[in-house]
Design a protein around this ligand. Structure first.
Ligand code: SF4
Length: 335
């Protein structure tokens, strides 16, 4: 019988989700949940690795992120959504795995190296043990639920490779217990920020959130970076350097995008009109999502029930897998 494929994925609850998350991962998860058994973890423990001094922020965003999932079409009938910290076996497994990976290997991990460099303001010259070790706990997250398909962007692939190494080492010592996960490389590109930055992010102040109101969307798009050489409407423009044109490609029809580019290059389109058209398209695109969001915001008990049921299901599965792991490690006393 063919092995059932199980997707494991998740987000750190450090803020509401923005359209970069939507096009980068959520849209894909909504499709994948029909094909695979899907688990999504709300990674509160991982969020604490660089927010350890701000636990309120992490707690508050757990429900926000889940509301974003549900609003975007993640279906709790098909997808198990659960809270990372409520699976204590993950912490236990992280300790077991910490014997199977060297500090030098963690320091060489390209994803970790990049992230440490980005968080210099928080860590200074000396990174915490918890942050350096997060690929180990991520390997525990994946394997404690037997996740074997892990959707990632290219920049996250080294984390999956690290997990595969840990699994191979574990199996070579204790027997073939764990399944090696496979990275499912996302074809979705990273969405740029309103300011033209390669990355959209809360800390960068350049994001459009799934939950933004019409007024917020309008204000943000009106301040988006356009072709700096265009002062008057009849100046010949270059849509290739304009963020408004970039977002038209995400939210407008092909026909509209063609017209935007042609009229901009010919100096026949004003930037204000161009932005208003984009605002309208974003608002219409997000309308059904926002309507669902309003429903879940008004019914937090439904959100909590979904999270509680998902977490209970994940807990049972983690217990079952930990039993196998402990047996293989000769830690199954009194059984
Ligand atoms: Fe950008 Fe539109 Fe202005 Fe051209 S007309 S620079 S595409 S906002």
């Amino acid at each position: 019988m063919e092995e059932k494929k199980r997707i494991l994925t998740g987000d750190r609850p450090t803020g509401r989700l923005h359209i970069g998350h939507y096009f980068g991962s959520i849209q894909n998860r909504v499709k994948l949940q029909d094909e695979y058994e899907t688990y999504i973890l709300v990674a509160d423990v991982q969020a604490l690795t660089d927010n350890f001094n701000n636990p309120e922020k992490v707690r508050k965003n757990v429900r926000e992120v889940v509301i974003d999932y549900l609003s975007c079409g993640i279906n709790p009938e098909k997808t198990t959504i659960y809270i990372q910290s409520m699976i204590p076996e993950t912490a236990e497994l992280t300790v077991f795995y910490s014997n199977l990976v060297t500090i030098a290997r963690l320091e060489r991990n390209p994803t970790v190296k990049t992230e440490i460099a980005q968080k210099k303001a928080l860590f200074g010259e000396s990174v915490t043990y918890g942050f350096l070790g997060y690929p180990v706990s991520q390997a525990a997250d994946i394997t404690i639920l037997d996740g074997n398909i892990i959707p990632v962007g290219e920049d996250q692939e080294p984390l999956i490779e690290q997990c595969r190494e840990i699994v191979r080492k574990f199996n070579s010592i204790y027997g073939e217990v764990l399944r090696e996960p496979q990275a499912l490389l996302s074809k979705a590109k990273r969405i740029k920020g309103l300011d033209g930055n390669e990355k959209m992010g809360k800390s960068l102040g350049n994001a459009i959130y799934i939950s933004d109101s019409e007024e917020e969307i309008s204000k943000k798009v009106m301040s988006a970076v356009t072709d700096p050489n265009r002062i008057r409407k009849d100046d010949l423009g270059n849509p290739d350097v304009c963020m408004v044109s970039y977002y038209h490609k995400l939210f407008s029809t092909e026909e509209e995008c063609k017209t935007v580019c042609e009229e901009c290059r010919a100096g026949k389109r004003g930037c204000v009109v161009c932005k208003k058209q984009l605002i309208n398209n974003i608002v219409e695109f997000l309308r059904p999502i926002r309507e669902k969001r309003a429903y879940y915001e008004a019914h937090p008990e439904i959100v909590d029930k979904i999270l509680m049921e998902g977490t209970a299901k994940a807990q049972l599965e983690a217990k079952r897998i930990m039993k196998k792991i402990k047996k293989a490690m000769k830690l199954d006393y009194f059984e």
